[in-house]
Design a protein around this ligand. Structure first.
Ligand SMILES: O=C(O)[C@H](O)[C@@H](O)[C@H](O)[C@H](O)COP(=O)(O)O
Length: 223
């Protein structure tokens, strides 16, 4: 794990966006498309804003949420909505969103269909993750029903979780899919998350799910 500390959050957002853009460009030079998986939450917005302004062959960039709340894209908690509003706009408007939510289906019934749609996009080219102070990442929440299956990843590339602390059922890329990304970045702000990350390194993934994806991860941190 490599840690990069930034003077402030704005510097982090700009530098990280440029780093992701460079990795996407390299990937597109050698492959017919690149797959970028990104988190929801409050942290990535400024990175998305900076990245959306970069000129790339966005039509060959497939963008996936690392996880999704089981709500329609019109819902304020939708990660697909966040991606469309903040990342797939401006120069990145031509990027291809690969959503995890399926209208009109219960999540259990949709998992197979979602997995089939993901298959051509695996392994992930580039992964950007966030993390909560409870050491969850994507929707892999400690103690959540479905966590063991999501950590093992035996049932396919996505798993269903029902975290008691969250209002929505979650669909998440599994730990093996996240960990298998060719380039991995973690975006965290604040002292509490910095300390949580240190704690996670001595805990098993069942207690600290971030631990399942930390190998060869570049951590980007600002206060
Ligand atoms: O759907 C989500 O919410 C994210 O994928 C989730 O894993 C997020 O990265 C963390 O909860 C951190 O969220 P903040 O960036 O808001 O602290």
């Amino acid at each position: 794990m490599k840690l990069i500390e930034y003077a402030d959050r704005d510097m982090l957002a700009i530098d990280l966006a440029n780093m992701l853009a460079g990795e996407l460009e390299s990937c597109l030079f050698n492959h017919d498309h690149a797959t970028l998986a990104v988190p929801g939450g409050s942290s990535p917005g400024p990175v998305f804003d900076a990245l959306s302004g970069v000129g790339l062959d966005w039509g060959r960039v497939h963008v996936l949420p690392t996880d999704e709340r089981w709500v329609p894209e019109s819902h304020e908690r939708s990660n697909a909505r966040l991606i469309r509003q903040r990342l797939l706009t401006d120069k990145a408007a031509g990027g291809v969103l690969v959503p995890l939510y399926r209208d009109g289906l219960e999540p259990e019934a949709a998992l197979e269909q979602i997995g089939a749609a993901l298959a051509p996009n695996l392994p992930l080219s580039i992964l950007l993750l966030g993390m909560g102070p409870d050491m969850h990442t994507a929707s892999l929440f400690p103690g959540a029903p479905g966590l063991a299956e999501a950590l093992a990843g035996k049932g396919g590339p996505v798993a269903l979780l029902r975290p008691e602390s969250q209002p929505d059922v979650r669909v998440s890329l599994t730990a093996p899919v996240l960990d298998g990304a060719l380039s991995k970045h973690l975006l965290i702000f604040g002292q509490d998350k910095r300390e949580a990350l240190e704690r996670a390194r001595s805990l098993p993934p069942e207690e600290a799910p971030i631990q399942a994806v930390l190998s060869e991860m570049t951590v980007h941190w600002a206060e």
